[in-house]
Design a protein around this ligand. Structure first.
Ligand code: BG6
Length: 494
Protein backbone atom coordinates (compact mmCIF):
# COMPACT_ATOMS: atom_id res chain seq x y z
CA UNK A 1 0.00 0.00 0.00
CA UNK A 2 2.71 2.40 0.94
CA UNK A 3 4.22 1.81 -2.38
CA UNK A 4 1.99 1.47 -5.38
CA UNK A 5 2.68 -2.20 -5.81
CA UNK A 6 2.25 -3.14 -9.36
CA UNK A 7 2.24 -6.90 -8.89
CA UNK A 8 3.20 -8.62 -12.05
CA UNK A 9 5.47 -5.76 -13.11
CA UNK A 10 8.85 -7.28 -13.70
CA UNK A 11 11.84 -6.16 -11.70
CA UNK A 12 14.85 -4.89 -13.67
CA UNK A 13 17.74 -7.15 -14.56
CA UNK A 14 19.64 -7.82 -11.36
CA UNK A 15 22.35 -9.70 -9.56
CA UNK A 16 21.14 -10.71 -6.11
CA UNK A 17 24.16 -11.54 -4.01
CA UNK A 18 23.29 -13.47 -0.92
CA UNK A 19 25.83 -13.58 1.90
CA UNK A 20 25.01 -16.40 4.31
CA UNK A 21 23.39 -18.52 1.59
CA UNK A 22 23.75 -21.77 3.52
CA UNK A 23 22.24 -20.28 6.69
CA UNK A 24 18.85 -20.70 8.26
CA UNK A 25 17.36 -17.40 7.08
CA UNK A 26 18.39 -18.00 3.49
CA UNK A 27 16.92 -21.47 3.42
CA UNK A 28 13.72 -20.78 5.36
CA UNK A 29 12.76 -17.33 4.12
CA UNK A 30 14.93 -15.68 1.46
CA UNK A 31 15.28 -18.42 -1.14
CA UNK A 32 11.60 -19.44 -0.87
CA UNK A 33 10.63 -15.77 -1.28
CA UNK A 34 12.83 -15.38 -4.34
CA UNK A 35 11.40 -18.62 -5.66
CA UNK A 36 7.83 -17.35 -5.25
CA UNK A 37 8.74 -14.17 -7.12
CA UNK A 38 10.33 -16.28 -9.84
CA UNK A 39 7.31 -18.61 -10.11
CA UNK A 40 4.98 -15.60 -10.32
CA UNK A 41 7.00 -14.18 -13.20
CA UNK A 42 8.01 -11.10 -11.19
CA UNK A 43 11.75 -11.51 -11.74
CA UNK A 44 13.62 -10.39 -14.82
CA UNK A 45 14.48 -13.48 -16.91
CA UNK A 46 18.18 -12.67 -16.60
CA UNK A 47 18.03 -11.92 -12.90
CA UNK A 48 20.75 -13.93 -11.22
CA UNK A 49 21.20 -15.12 -7.64
CA UNK A 50 24.79 -15.44 -6.51
CA UNK A 51 24.76 -17.52 -3.36
CA UNK A 52 27.77 -16.99 -1.12
CA UNK A 53 28.79 -19.24 1.72
CA UNK A 54 31.98 -19.96 3.60
CA UNK A 55 31.58 -23.70 3.07
CA UNK A 56 33.93 -25.20 0.50
CA UNK A 57 31.22 -26.96 -1.46
CA UNK A 58 30.72 -27.26 -5.21
CA UNK A 59 27.92 -25.46 -7.01
CA UNK A 60 26.14 -28.80 -7.64
CA UNK A 61 26.33 -29.74 -3.97
CA UNK A 62 24.71 -26.43 -3.07
CA UNK A 63 21.86 -27.00 -5.51
CA UNK A 64 21.43 -30.52 -4.11
CA UNK A 65 21.12 -29.00 -0.65
CA UNK A 66 18.38 -26.69 -1.94
CA UNK A 67 16.63 -29.67 -3.52
CA UNK A 68 16.67 -31.45 -0.20
CA UNK A 69 15.96 -28.56 2.15
CA UNK A 70 14.10 -25.80 0.32
CA UNK A 71 12.00 -27.49 -2.35
CA UNK A 72 9.99 -29.75 0.00
CA UNK A 73 8.67 -26.74 1.90
CA UNK A 74 7.37 -25.02 -1.22
CA UNK A 75 3.72 -25.41 -2.05
CA UNK A 76 2.45 -27.95 -4.56
CA UNK A 77 3.03 -28.99 -8.13
CA UNK A 78 3.45 -25.48 -9.40
CA UNK A 79 6.60 -25.35 -7.31
CA UNK A 80 8.07 -28.47 -8.84
CA UNK A 81 7.53 -27.22 -12.39
CA UNK A 82 9.15 -23.82 -11.78
CA UNK A 83 11.96 -25.18 -9.62
CA UNK A 84 14.48 -26.04 -12.33
CA UNK A 85 14.13 -22.59 -13.86
CA UNK A 86 14.79 -21.11 -10.44
CA UNK A 87 17.91 -23.23 -9.91
CA UNK A 88 19.19 -22.06 -13.29
CA UNK A 89 19.39 -18.55 -11.86
CA UNK A 90 21.68 -19.60 -9.00
CA UNK A 91 25.46 -19.62 -8.89
CA UNK A 92 27.20 -20.77 -5.70
CA UNK A 93 30.50 -19.17 -4.81
CA UNK A 94 32.64 -19.84 -1.78
CA UNK A 95 33.28 -16.50 -0.13
CA UNK A 96 34.48 -16.28 3.42
CA UNK A 97 33.84 -12.75 4.62
CA UNK A 98 37.27 -12.66 6.22
CA UNK A 99 39.24 -13.82 3.15
CA UNK A 100 39.98 -11.25 0.42
CA UNK A 101 40.36 -13.57 -2.55
CA UNK A 102 36.70 -14.59 -2.51
CA UNK A 103 35.70 -10.96 -3.04
CA UNK A 104 38.00 -10.67 -6.05
CA UNK A 105 36.27 -13.67 -7.62
CA UNK A 106 32.89 -12.17 -6.80
CA UNK A 107 33.82 -8.84 -8.40
CA UNK A 108 34.94 -10.59 -11.55
CA UNK A 109 31.65 -12.46 -11.80
CA UNK A 110 29.52 -9.36 -11.20
CA UNK A 111 31.50 -7.00 -13.42
CA UNK A 112 31.48 -9.44 -16.32
CA UNK A 113 27.78 -8.78 -16.68
CA UNK A 114 27.01 -5.30 -15.35
CA UNK A 115 23.34 -5.91 -14.42
CA UNK A 116 21.20 -2.81 -13.91
CA UNK A 117 20.86 -3.51 -10.19
CA UNK A 118 23.24 -5.27 -7.83
CA UNK A 119 21.78 -6.24 -4.47
CA UNK A 120 23.91 -7.40 -1.55
CA UNK A 121 21.87 -9.16 1.10
CA UNK A 122 23.77 -9.59 4.35
CA UNK A 123 22.12 -12.59 6.00
CA UNK A 124 25.16 -13.04 8.22
CA UNK A 125 26.14 -12.26 11.79
CA UNK A 126 26.15 -8.45 12.18
CA UNK A 127 29.80 -8.40 13.27
CA UNK A 128 30.67 -9.24 9.64
CA UNK A 129 28.76 -6.31 8.12
CA UNK A 130 31.62 -3.84 8.32
CA UNK A 131 34.22 -6.23 6.91
CA UNK A 132 31.92 -7.15 4.05
CA UNK A 133 31.29 -3.49 3.18
CA UNK A 134 35.02 -2.76 3.24
CA UNK A 135 35.72 -5.67 0.95
CA UNK A 136 32.95 -4.70 -1.45
CA UNK A 137 34.43 -1.20 -1.60
CA UNK A 138 37.93 -2.58 -2.15
CA UNK A 139 36.82 -4.58 -5.18
CA UNK A 140 34.77 -1.70 -6.59
CA UNK A 141 31.27 -3.06 -6.03
CA UNK A 142 29.72 -0.19 -4.09
CA UNK A 143 28.81 2.09 -7.00
CA UNK A 144 25.46 3.64 -7.85
CA UNK A 145 23.92 0.40 -9.14
CA UNK A 146 24.51 -1.33 -5.80
CA UNK A 147 22.09 -1.67 -2.89
CA UNK A 148 22.76 -3.30 0.42
CA UNK A 149 20.23 -5.05 2.64
CA UNK A 150 20.97 -5.26 6.34
CA UNK A 151 19.22 -7.80 8.51
CA UNK A 152 18.25 -7.08 12.09
CA UNK A 153 19.36 -6.89 14.81
CA UNK A 154 21.75 -4.22 13.65
CA UNK A 155 24.04 -3.94 16.63
CA UNK A 156 23.44 -4.69 20.25
CA UNK A 157 22.52 -1.25 21.48
CA UNK A 158 22.48 2.34 20.23
CA UNK A 159 26.26 2.77 20.23
CA UNK A 160 27.05 -0.46 18.39
CA UNK A 161 24.26 0.02 15.88
CA UNK A 162 25.41 3.56 15.16
CA UNK A 163 28.98 2.33 14.80
CA UNK A 164 27.88 -0.19 12.14
CA UNK A 165 25.70 2.40 10.43
CA UNK A 166 28.56 4.88 10.33
CA UNK A 167 30.89 2.30 8.78
CA UNK A 168 28.31 1.19 6.20
CA UNK A 169 27.67 4.87 5.38
CA UNK A 170 31.33 5.29 4.40
CA UNK A 171 30.66 2.99 1.45
CA UNK A 172 26.93 3.30 0.68
CA UNK A 173 24.64 6.35 0.60
CA UNK A 174 21.50 6.18 2.78
CA UNK A 175 19.33 5.63 -0.30
CA UNK A 176 21.37 2.53 -1.13
CA UNK A 177 20.79 1.02 2.33
CA UNK A 178 17.75 -1.21 2.96
CA UNK A 179 17.37 -2.05 6.67
CA UNK A 180 14.87 -4.83 6.63
CA UNK A 181 12.07 -5.42 9.13
CA UNK A 182 9.97 -8.13 7.59
CA UNK A 183 6.90 -7.18 9.64
CA UNK A 184 6.56 -4.08 7.47
CA UNK A 185 6.16 -6.35 4.45
CA UNK A 186 3.16 -8.22 5.83
CA UNK A 187 -0.04 -7.74 3.89
CA UNK A 188 -2.16 -6.83 6.89
CA UNK A 189 0.29 -4.14 7.98
CA UNK A 190 -0.05 -2.65 4.52
CA UNK A 191 -3.78 -3.00 4.84
CA UNK A 192 -3.75 -1.13 8.14
CA UNK A 193 -2.55 1.89 6.18
CA UNK A 194 -5.34 1.39 3.64
CA UNK A 195 -7.99 1.08 6.34
CA UNK A 196 -6.73 4.11 8.25
CA UNK A 197 -6.08 6.47 5.38
CA UNK A 198 -8.35 5.14 2.63
CA UNK A 199 -11.56 5.50 4.66
CA UNK A 200 -13.21 8.37 6.40
CA UNK A 201 -14.76 6.25 9.14
CA UNK A 202 -11.83 5.66 11.44
CA UNK A 203 -9.79 8.82 11.39
CA UNK A 204 -12.11 10.90 13.65
CA UNK A 205 -12.11 8.08 16.21
CA UNK A 206 -8.40 7.31 16.00
CA UNK A 207 -7.37 9.40 18.99
CA UNK A 208 -7.32 9.68 22.74
CA UNK A 209 -10.91 10.91 22.97
CA UNK A 210 -12.22 7.61 21.58
CA UNK A 211 -9.49 5.00 22.02
CA UNK A 212 -9.25 3.38 25.43
CA UNK A 213 -6.12 1.32 24.79
CA UNK A 214 -4.10 -0.35 22.07
CA UNK A 215 -2.60 -3.82 22.36
CA UNK A 216 0.03 -5.23 20.04
CA UNK A 217 0.96 -8.88 20.43
CA UNK A 218 3.42 -11.08 18.60
CA UNK A 219 3.18 -14.49 20.25
CA UNK A 220 5.05 -17.50 18.95
CA UNK A 221 4.43 -21.13 19.73
CA UNK A 222 7.97 -22.10 18.81
CA UNK A 223 10.86 -21.97 21.24
CA UNK A 224 14.39 -20.92 20.29
CA UNK A 225 14.76 -23.92 17.97
CA UNK A 226 18.29 -24.20 16.58
CA UNK A 227 19.16 -20.58 17.26
CA UNK A 228 20.05 -20.98 20.94
CA UNK A 229 23.61 -19.70 20.60
CA UNK A 230 22.49 -16.59 18.80
CA UNK A 231 19.32 -15.95 20.76
CA UNK A 232 20.89 -16.25 24.19
CA UNK A 233 23.00 -13.17 23.44
CA UNK A 234 20.04 -11.23 22.06
CA UNK A 235 16.77 -11.88 23.91
CA UNK A 236 13.24 -10.82 23.01
CA UNK A 237 13.70 -7.07 23.57
CA UNK A 238 16.39 -6.81 20.89
CA UNK A 239 14.94 -9.57 18.69
CA UNK A 240 11.33 -8.37 18.54
CA UNK A 241 10.57 -5.18 20.48
CA UNK A 242 13.24 -2.77 19.24
CA UNK A 243 12.19 -3.48 15.68
CA UNK A 244 8.97 -5.38 14.85
CA UNK A 245 6.81 -4.23 17.76
CA UNK A 246 7.91 -0.60 17.62
CA UNK A 247 7.41 -0.51 13.86
CA UNK A 248 3.87 -1.85 14.29
CA UNK A 249 3.23 0.74 16.97
CA UNK A 250 4.36 3.45 14.56
CA UNK A 251 2.01 2.19 11.86
CA UNK A 252 -0.92 2.37 14.28
CA UNK A 253 -0.08 5.68 15.87
CA UNK A 254 1.46 7.85 13.17
CA UNK A 255 -0.24 10.90 11.71
CA UNK A 256 -1.49 10.71 8.12
CA UNK A 257 1.60 11.22 5.96
CA UNK A 258 1.49 13.95 3.32
CA UNK A 259 1.99 11.33 0.60
CA UNK A 260 2.92 7.70 0.19
CA UNK A 261 6.49 8.62 -0.63
CA UNK A 262 9.11 6.78 1.37
CA UNK A 263 10.31 9.71 3.40
CA UNK A 264 6.85 11.10 4.09
CA UNK A 265 5.97 7.83 5.83
CA UNK A 266 9.29 7.42 7.55
CA UNK A 267 9.17 11.00 8.83
CA UNK A 268 5.82 10.29 10.50
CA UNK A 269 7.07 7.04 12.04
CA UNK A 270 10.10 8.84 13.40
CA UNK A 271 7.87 11.45 15.08
CA UNK A 272 6.09 8.66 16.94
CA UNK A 273 9.34 7.08 18.07
CA UNK A 274 10.44 10.48 19.33
CA UNK A 275 7.13 11.00 21.10
CA UNK A 276 7.31 7.68 22.95
CA UNK A 277 7.52 8.56 26.62
CA UNK A 278 10.91 7.42 27.91
CA UNK A 279 10.63 4.62 30.44
CA UNK A 280 13.14 5.66 33.08
CA UNK A 281 15.36 2.96 34.55
CA UNK A 282 13.57 3.24 37.90
CA UNK A 283 10.18 2.73 36.19
CA UNK A 284 11.19 -0.45 34.36
CA UNK A 285 10.06 -2.85 37.09
CA UNK A 286 6.60 -1.28 37.02
CA UNK A 287 6.11 -0.86 33.27
CA UNK A 288 8.02 -3.75 31.76
CA UNK A 289 7.65 -7.48 32.34
CA UNK A 290 10.58 -9.70 31.51
CA UNK A 291 9.90 -13.42 31.29
CA UNK A 292 11.55 -16.70 30.43
CA UNK A 293 9.76 -19.95 29.63
CA UNK A 294 10.21 -23.04 31.70
CA UNK A 295 9.21 -26.63 31.01
CA UNK A 296 5.70 -27.05 29.66
CA UNK A 297 3.92 -28.14 26.54
CA UNK A 298 3.63 -27.13 22.89
CA UNK A 299 1.08 -28.67 20.55
CA UNK A 300 0.21 -31.20 23.24
CA UNK A 301 3.79 -32.45 23.63
CA UNK A 302 6.11 -31.80 26.55
CA UNK A 303 8.89 -29.31 25.80
CA UNK A 304 11.97 -28.30 27.81
CA UNK A 305 12.44 -24.99 29.52
CA UNK A 306 14.57 -22.30 27.88
CA UNK A 307 17.57 -22.98 30.09
CA UNK A 308 17.59 -26.62 28.96
CA UNK A 309 17.49 -25.81 25.26
CA UNK A 310 20.63 -26.54 23.20
CA UNK A 311 23.13 -23.69 23.20
CA UNK A 312 21.66 -21.94 26.25
CA UNK A 313 23.63 -21.37 29.44
CA UNK A 314 21.82 -23.20 32.29
CA UNK A 315 21.83 -20.02 34.38
CA UNK A 316 20.83 -17.77 31.45
CA UNK A 317 18.82 -14.68 32.32
CA UNK A 318 17.93 -13.92 28.73
CA UNK A 319 14.29 -12.96 28.30
CA UNK A 320 12.03 -14.91 25.96
CA UNK A 321 9.02 -12.76 26.82
CA UNK A 322 8.51 -9.02 27.16
CA UNK A 323 5.40 -6.99 27.91
CA UNK A 324 5.53 -3.20 28.08
CA UNK A 325 3.10 -0.44 28.97
CA UNK A 326 4.08 2.39 26.65
CA UNK A 327 2.64 5.86 26.16
CA UNK A 328 2.92 8.39 23.39
CA UNK A 329 3.32 11.96 24.48
CA UNK A 330 1.52 13.91 21.78
CA UNK A 331 -1.89 15.52 21.33
CA UNK A 332 -3.45 12.53 19.62
CA UNK A 333 -2.41 9.86 22.11
CA UNK A 334 -1.64 11.46 25.49
CA UNK A 335 -2.77 9.13 28.27
CA UNK A 336 -3.70 6.16 26.04
CA UNK A 337 -1.80 3.03 27.08
CA UNK A 338 -0.12 1.07 24.31
CA UNK A 339 0.56 -2.44 25.55
CA UNK A 340 3.22 -4.35 23.66
CA UNK A 341 3.84 -8.03 24.16
CA UNK A 342 5.94 -10.73 22.55
CA UNK A 343 7.09 -14.16 23.60
CA UNK A 344 8.32 -17.53 22.52
CA UNK A 345 6.60 -20.78 23.56
CA UNK A 346 3.31 -19.10 24.12
CA UNK A 347 -0.10 -20.72 23.95
CA UNK A 348 -0.56 -20.15 20.26
CA UNK A 349 0.97 -18.36 17.33
CA UNK A 350 -0.80 -15.08 16.96
CA UNK A 351 0.22 -11.62 15.90
CA UNK A 352 -2.41 -8.95 16.23
CA UNK A 353 -3.12 -5.32 16.83
CA UNK A 354 -6.21 -4.53 18.88
CA UNK A 355 -7.66 -1.03 19.08
CA UNK A 356 -10.19 -0.80 21.90
CA UNK A 357 -12.57 2.07 21.56
CA UNK A 358 -14.26 3.66 24.55
CA UNK A 359 -17.57 2.52 25.92
CA UNK A 360 -20.64 4.58 25.19
CA UNK A 361 -20.97 7.31 27.83
CA UNK A 362 -24.13 5.76 29.21
CA UNK A 363 -25.59 2.41 28.26
CA UNK A 364 -29.33 2.24 27.59
CA UNK A 365 -29.29 -1.45 27.01
CA UNK A 366 -28.63 -4.43 29.22
CA UNK A 367 -25.07 -5.51 28.38
CA UNK A 368 -24.29 -9.10 27.47
CA UNK A 369 -22.86 -10.96 30.42
CA UNK A 370 -19.12 -10.53 30.79
CA UNK A 371 -19.03 -8.47 27.63
CA UNK A 372 -15.97 -6.66 26.49
CA UNK A 373 -16.37 -3.03 25.44
CA UNK A 374 -18.47 -2.69 22.35
CA UNK A 375 -16.07 -1.54 19.72
CA UNK A 376 -12.77 -3.11 18.90
CA UNK A 377 -10.82 -3.21 15.69
CA UNK A 378 -8.70 -6.34 15.54
CA UNK A 379 -6.04 -6.56 12.88
CA UNK A 380 -4.69 -10.08 12.78
CA UNK A 381 -1.36 -10.59 11.05
CA UNK A 382 -0.98 -14.25 11.97
CA UNK A 383 -1.88 -17.08 11.67
CA UNK A 384 -4.45 -15.75 9.14
CA UNK A 385 -4.57 -12.19 7.95
CA UNK A 386 -7.82 -10.47 8.74
CA UNK A 387 -9.34 -7.24 9.92
CA UNK A 388 -12.40 -7.51 12.13
CA UNK A 389 -14.55 -4.80 13.66
CA UNK A 390 -16.46 -5.77 16.79
CA UNK A 391 -19.60 -3.97 17.79
CA UNK A 392 -22.83 -4.58 19.65
CA UNK A 393 -26.12 -5.31 17.95
CA UNK A 394 -29.59 -6.19 19.13
CA UNK A 395 -30.22 -9.73 20.15
CA UNK A 396 -32.93 -11.07 17.86
CA UNK A 397 -36.32 -11.75 19.45
CA UNK A 398 -38.35 -10.28 22.22
CA UNK A 399 -35.54 -8.61 24.08
CA UNK A 400 -33.63 -5.36 24.22
CA UNK A 401 -30.39 -7.02 25.12
CA UNK A 402 -27.27 -6.51 23.05
CA UNK A 403 -25.27 -9.14 21.31
CA UNK A 404 -21.59 -8.87 20.37
CA UNK A 405 -21.16 -9.14 16.61
CA UNK A 406 -18.36 -8.53 14.19
CA UNK A 407 -17.81 -7.33 10.67
CA UNK A 408 -15.12 -9.24 8.86
CA UNK A 409 -12.84 -7.95 6.26
CA UNK A 410 -11.31 -11.29 5.36
CA UNK A 411 -8.56 -10.35 3.00
CA UNK A 412 -8.84 -13.64 1.17
CA UNK A 413 -12.54 -13.36 0.48
CA UNK A 414 -12.40 -9.67 -0.42
CA UNK A 415 -10.02 -10.49 -3.26
CA UNK A 416 -10.13 -14.26 -3.62
CA UNK A 417 -8.23 -14.71 -6.85
CA UNK A 418 -5.31 -12.46 -6.11
CA UNK A 419 -2.19 -14.32 -5.12
CA UNK A 420 -0.97 -13.35 -1.65
CA UNK A 421 2.55 -12.03 -1.54
CA UNK A 422 4.68 -13.04 1.43
CA UNK A 423 6.48 -10.38 3.47
CA UNK A 424 9.98 -11.31 2.29
CA UNK A 425 8.88 -11.63 -1.31
CA UNK A 426 7.38 -8.14 -1.26
CA UNK A 427 10.45 -6.66 0.39
CA UNK A 428 12.99 -8.37 -1.85
CA UNK A 429 11.11 -7.17 -4.92
CA UNK A 430 11.09 -3.70 -3.42
CA UNK A 431 14.86 -3.77 -3.07
CA UNK A 432 15.29 -4.87 -6.67
CA UNK A 433 12.85 -2.20 -7.83
CA UNK A 434 14.48 0.46 -5.65
CA UNK A 435 11.59 1.19 -3.28
CA UNK A 436 12.70 2.21 0.17
CA UNK A 437 9.34 2.92 1.82
CA UNK A 438 9.10 -0.34 3.74
CA UNK A 439 12.65 -0.19 5.05
CA UNK A 440 13.86 1.40 8.24
CA UNK A 441 15.77 4.67 7.98
CA UNK A 442 18.87 5.16 10.08
CA UNK A 443 17.32 7.82 12.30
CA UNK A 444 14.27 5.63 13.01
CA UNK A 445 16.49 2.76 13.98
CA UNK A 446 18.62 4.92 16.27
CA UNK A 447 15.54 6.34 17.97
CA UNK A 448 14.14 2.87 18.60
CA UNK A 449 17.43 1.84 20.24
CA UNK A 450 17.39 5.02 22.30
CA UNK A 451 13.95 4.16 23.64
CA UNK A 452 14.82 0.60 24.69
CA UNK A 453 18.18 1.61 26.21
CA UNK A 454 16.95 2.29 29.79
CA UNK A 455 15.18 -1.07 29.82
CA UNK A 456 18.35 -2.87 28.77
CA UNK A 457 20.28 -0.93 31.39
CA UNK A 458 17.83 -1.71 34.18
CA UNK A 459 17.98 -5.42 33.36
CA UNK A 460 21.77 -5.39 33.29
CA UNK A 461 21.85 -3.85 36.73
CA UNK A 462 19.20 -5.85 38.49
CA UNK A 463 19.76 -9.03 40.41
CA UNK A 464 16.14 -10.08 39.83
CA UNK A 465 15.89 -12.93 37.30
CA UNK A 466 13.25 -12.94 34.55
CA UNK A 467 9.83 -14.15 35.68
CA UNK A 468 9.27 -17.75 34.71
CA UNK A 469 6.23 -18.85 32.71
CA UNK A 470 5.21 -22.33 31.71
CA UNK A 471 5.78 -23.09 28.04
CA UNK A 472 2.41 -23.11 26.30
CA UNK A 473 0.84 -20.28 28.32
CA UNK A 474 0.35 -16.55 27.73
CA UNK A 475 3.41 -15.54 29.73
CA UNK A 476 4.08 -14.68 33.37
CA UNK A 477 1.23 -13.62 35.64
CA UNK A 478 2.86 -10.20 35.85
CA UNK A 479 1.86 -9.64 32.24
CA UNK A 480 -1.84 -9.84 33.11
CA UNK A 481 -1.18 -7.70 36.17
CA UNK A 482 0.33 -4.99 33.96
CA UNK A 483 -3.11 -4.49 32.44
CA UNK A 484 -5.30 -5.34 35.39
CA UNK A 485 -3.72 -2.43 37.29
CA UNK A 486 -5.42 -0.26 34.65
CA UNK A 487 -8.65 -2.26 34.96
CA UNK A 488 -7.98 -3.94 31.60
CA UNK A 489 -7.12 -7.38 30.24
CA UNK A 490 -5.28 -8.74 27.24
CA UNK A 491 -7.53 -9.39 24.30
CA UNK A 492 -7.45 -13.19 24.61
CA UNK A 493 -8.45 -12.99 28.26
CA UNK A 494 -11.74 -11.24 27.55
C1 BG6 B 1 12.44 -12.70 13.52
C2 BG6 B 1 13.00 -13.08 14.86
O1 BG6 B 1 12.78 -11.37 13.20
O2 BG6 B 1 11.04 -12.83 13.53
C3 BG6 B 1 12.58 -14.50 15.22
O3 BG6 B 1 14.40 -12.99 14.83
C4 BG6 B 1 11.08 -14.65 15.11
O4 BG6 B 1 13.00 -14.82 16.54
C5 BG6 B 1 10.58 -14.15 13.77
O5 BG6 B 1 10.78 -16.03 15.27
C6 BG6 B 1 9.06 -14.14 13.72
O6 BG6 B 1 8.64 -13.83 12.42
P1 BG6 B 1 7.24 -14.33 11.90
O7 BG6 B 1 7.05 -13.64 10.60
O8 BG6 B 1 7.34 -15.81 11.77
O9 BG6 B 1 6.25 -13.92 12.95
Amino acid sequence: MMDSHNTGAQAPEFDFILFGATGDLARRKLLPALFDAHAAGSLHPRGRIIALGSQPIEHEAYLAMLDAEVLPALAGNAAASAWQGFLDRIVYLQVDATVESGFDALAELVKARAAAVVVFYLATAPHLFVTICEQLARVGLTGQRSRIVLEKPLGHDLASSEAINAEVARHFAEDQIYRIDHYLGKESVQNLMAVRFGNVLFEPLWRREWVRDVQITIAEELGVERRGNFYDRIGALRDMVQNHLLQLLCMVAMEPPTSLSEDAIRDEKLKILKALKPIRTEEVAEKVVRGQYCRGAAGGDPVPGYSNEPGIAPDSRTETFVAIRAEIANWRWAGVPFYLRTGKRMQSRVAEIVIHFNDVPYSLFPRPLGAAPGNRLVITLQPEESIRLYFLTKQPGDTQALLPASLDLQLNSAAPRVRRIGAYERLLLDVIRGRLGLFVRRDEQAQAWRWVAPILKAWENTTAPPKLYTAGTWGPAASSALLSRDGLAWHEEM
